[in-house]
Design a protein around this ligand. Sequence first.
Ligand code: ADP
Length: 588
Amino acid sequence: MKISRYFRDQYQQVLDREPEMLTKARIRILAQAILAFIFLFSLMFIYSAVANWGTLIAVRLGIFLLLFISAFVLFLFKQPWTLAGHLFLACFTILIWSGALLSRQGVTLVTVQYTLLIITGGYYILGARWGLIYSLANLFPVIVLVITEYLFDYHFPTQQITTKPYAFVFVLVFNFVLLVFIHYHFFRAFRKTNKQEQLLKADLQAALAEAQELAAAKTNFLSTMSHELRTPLNAVIGMTNILAFENKQPEQKENLDILRFSAENLMAIINDILDFNKMDAGQIQLEKNDFKLDDLLKNVYGAFRSKAASKNVDFFYLPDPELLSLTVTGDQGRLTQILFNLVENALKYTPAGYVRLQARVGSKTQDQVRILFRVEDSGIGIPQDRQENIFDPFVQVLTKTSRQYHGTGLGLTIVSRLVALHGDVLTFASEEGQGTTFSFGLSFPIVHHKILPNAVSAPSEKTIDTLRVLIAEDNAINVLVLKKILKNWNILPDVAFNGQEAVEACQQKEYDVVLMDINMPVMDGFEAAKLIKEATPPGKMPVRIMAVTASVSAADEQLGGHRYLDDYMLKPFNPELLKEKLLILCQP
Ligand code: ADP
């Protein structure tokens, strides 16, 4: 009892070592096949002695019996179990070779059965490679015997064994049962594995759906939070701008500069998170507008010139003469964002020395141009061990350097993804203490017709203080900020606290421009803009409507090119930019 339990445990251990269903089935087939042949050969061995079949047969049966028992011992106690598989199949091979050569019947049905068994067992137990080797090894004697005996009628001189007919029939039936058993067993395991796989697939799909839901919830949460943060921060930046405008005392100006710097920094972080989030969700699409490349680069240069000067860093923009006349179609906003980020980083990580912004024509055809952009600095460089995952947001976020320089660690990730969105790769070379160079190339279709000169620098005919402005905004602080900004230009605006009120105000009074918030109670800005524009009598110039929103996504997706909106500004805005836009918008 104890011994059988011991063997069963041992057998279980061999099974437990293999995690896969199909491998377990192969182990079971091997064990049961060995046991079946131990049983068959024990019976035949005893019977050969009793029935007096002759010494040669008894010795042959005895040897194979011992070999099968050894295979079983090997199976239970020696790893890997495939060793026992080889011994078992090797026994079979010897059995077939010796049987074929010694038996007086030559190639019998039993030989064919053994061959089939070894082919089946070879593949099922040891896999494709060994299956093929054992199959060929055992087909060979059968083929040789068939050719010599049946085609040439030649009989090997060593034929000495004649199997008794009843033993022959018994072995025949036994082998058939075994063949059926092996196939049945394997296919049952195969079906089970299939079922298990389907269950796993279903589990996996459920887990995937859950992960996607969680990711969507995370994206949503971050977008909402960022948006919520932007609104009060708008007010902070707006009020700081007003205070800076109104206070001329130097010590207050310094404090206000710090306040504005921090608030703008915070806003940049929030924008980074929003952008990153949108990229993660695959929501960013490139826009197409016509612009002059040189203007864009000059704007980037202009935006950072004073910052570079205040740090005593030499800042160069090296225009390519070929580029000066080029107007192209592309996403002006995203290209500016890419260059802004790279130049900002270059200045941030260069305590002294130089920063160089370069753009040159790489290749050009009649309709297409490839521009190679390069931002080079002589700053602190990026340590070798950080270079590998510099674009990976979760690895390099909040390292010592980024904390020391007030970074979010998301900028480069966003830039590299934006470049990738253009179908290109952002590359860099950097040496610690020597400097860093970021480069990328973008292709643009060339615009052959002339576009208007940069709208922002258009000369203004109407003066700002003559503008009649309506503010449509539900947030009292934002109203206050806007009113204060407008007051500096001697504009006294009217206020509507929702879209409905704005529509009514426009019916009662004439305005040059409506500064329209988008998210408002009662009626949103889109609906109000539509009603206001549609109510304009024919032949009369419609009131200009400028959307003013804190929602970046709304800006991207709906505002640009909206039918009833003439322009839009993102909150918080630079008062000077608002002024320029108002002047352009209100030109007759
Ligand atoms: P951060 O907001 O921290 O600047 P970025 O994603 O823009 O985030 O940059 C990631 C990190 O790459 C930075 O923290 C900095 O260590 C390094 N880095 C980026 N640009 C430069 C550069 N021009 N010179 C040196 N290090 C840089």
